[in-house]
Design a protein around this ligand. Structure first.
Ligand code: ADP
Ligand code: ASP
Ligand code: MG
Length: 444
């Protein structure tokens, strides 16, 4: 059977005509790259706009009754520039009339199209352009990716549809980020969701490899916006990847792991701007680690509030934690984690969940749980140090704590997940960058 590669290209890989050319060259370099998933045009430089952000802006303008003409013009101009530039080089591109599509989309937005539909047009238009450039078929994601009436992915039907539809096409471009609901309306994944589309297509098409092309040479040991030139990670397991991406290493959407992991399809993260770099290979969870005593990566997130609760004999009080969690539930608050000791328990809650509910929650905890003490730690950051070798090699935790202590970072909370592949520390937001630097330097 022939080998199939599904290749997803992120926003920066398709931000302008020059990037489209790089993508074309990469695809044409290997005929196994049969199914291509484009994102919407991303930033060309740090001060630039992402097309998806602008499309959401159009949607809010319409909702508030404000004209969206100016915003839409920036979007139109970007696509027109891409197609005009490509036509100069590739004659067959001059027959593509992108204005026709733009007019229709503007019309739809004016007539009150849903935010999901509006946002999805970034990927849709890039898909049309790329399919024309490559001479590949264009298959709309709304015919392949399906959600149920609750907005959840209908994985089974999606997989069946992909297999059925793709078996008769030699090669195709399928836009990322969206699918359709049972009424046929467009529904998007959460932000960064083109990675999920790519994983689903790889799974459905029984691909041998899922390539995820972006603007870095693979998964790096830490966020390159915090650490200068961090070491690339050669191979990482699905579980480590999920821990790191959940904790803020946003290279790959955390939900894109499941479809390919189940089918044992490896993911290769590659750099469109440096295609010969090896990138990072994401492999099965049992793969051995080559460097004993080392870690795989560090990631973190800011802006949490920790509610630390102490009560003597808490461990013997039946239903204590249930009461605590039902207070969060009745206030509609989702928590991040709940590290606990014998007489202590902490609730770690993202600030985005709390709004102005903190006072009510504290009142209710005091009233219903009667703690001996309750402390609130605002403006906290969580940092995860992840490594599959962690459970077998001694001293990794000690090294993390020593590095933080030496650099005067106050550790306010410690949590070792039961997965035993990560250690999470809570530090103040102000210490976030310093803490990541300290841990990184300790392991290199
Ligand atoms: P794309 O548009 O291709 O999907 P993203 O912006 O979603 O790309 O993801 C790539 C970006 O993720 C990088 O440019 C980098 O700034 C950021 N990033 C955060 N943490 C890491 C990490 N540990 N390794 C590599 N990149 C990281
Ligand atoms: N364009 C979408 C976003 O910006 C999806 C993606 O890039 O994967 O979130
Ligand atoms: Mg992304």
């Amino acid at each position: 059977m022939e080998n199939i590669i599904v290749a997803k290209f992120g926003g920066s890989s398709l931000a302008d005509a020059h990037q489209f050319e790089k993508v074309k060259n990469i695809i044409e370099n290997n005929i196994q790259r049969k199914y291509i998933i484009p994102s919407a045009p991303g930033k060309r430089h740090s001060k630039d706009y992402k097309i998806t952000d602008l499309l959401y802006l159009c949607s809010t303008h319409v909702q508030q009754g404000i004209s969206f003409d100016d915003v839409f013009k920036i979007i139109s101009d970007r696509y027109k520039e891409i197609t005009t530039e490509l036509s100069k080089k590739y004659e067959h591109m001059s027959s593509l009339d992108i204005t026709k599509y733009l007019v229709k989309i503007k019309d739809d937005i004016e007539n009150g199209s849903s935010p999901d539909y509006t946002a999805s047009r970034g990927e849709y238009l890039n898909g049309i352009i790329l399919a024309n450039l490559l001479n590949y078929s264009f298959i709309d994601a709304s015919e392949l990716i399906f959600f149920d009436k609750y907005g959840r992915l209908n994985a089974e039907y999606t997989q069946k549809s992909i297999l059925e539809k793709l078996s008769s096409v030699k090669n195709a471009v399928i836009p990322g980020f969206y699918g359709s609901d049972p009424s046929g309306n467009i529904k998007t994944f959460s932000r960064g969701g083109s990675d999920i589309t790519g994983a689903l297509i790889a799974r459905g098409a029984n691909a041998n490899l899922y390539e995820n092309w972006t603007d870095v040479s693979g998964f790096l040991m830490a966020d390159p916006r915090i650490i200068k030139d961090p070491m690339p990670i050669e191979s990482i397991t699905y579980r480590e990847l999920r821990e790191l991406s959940y904790m803020g290493a946003t290279v790959l959407h955390e939900d894109s792991v499941f479809p390919v992991r189940e089918a044992g399809i490896p993911i290769n993260i590659k750099n469109t701007n440096s295609p010969n770099d090896q990138g990072t290979l994401i492999v099965g969870d049992t793969n051995p680690i080559h460097k004993d005593g080392n870690i795989t990566g560090i990631a973190g997130k800011k802006d949490f509030t920790v509610i630390a609760i102490e009560k003597n004999l808490m461990n013997t009080e039946l239903g204590f934690c249930r009461k605590l969690l039902s207070i969060l539930e009745s206030n509609n608050v989702v928590f991040e984690s709940m590290p606990a000791g014998i007489d202590t328990v902490s609730l770690v809650i993202p600030d985005s969940q709390l709004d102005d509910k903190l006072d009510t929650i504290i009142d209710e905890i005091n009233r219903q749980c009667k703690p001996d003490s309750l402390e609130i730690l605002p403006s906290m950051a969580l940092i995860a140090t992840v490594g599959r070798g962690m459970s077998k090699s001694k001293g990794i935790a000690a090294k993390v704590f020593e590095a933080l202590g030496k650099n005067n970072v106050n550790i306010r909370m410690i949590n070792q997940g039961s997965s035993e592949i990560n250690i999470i520390v809570g530090v103040e937001n102000n210490d976030f960058e310093k803490a990541i630097n300290s841990i990184y330097n300790a392991f290199l």
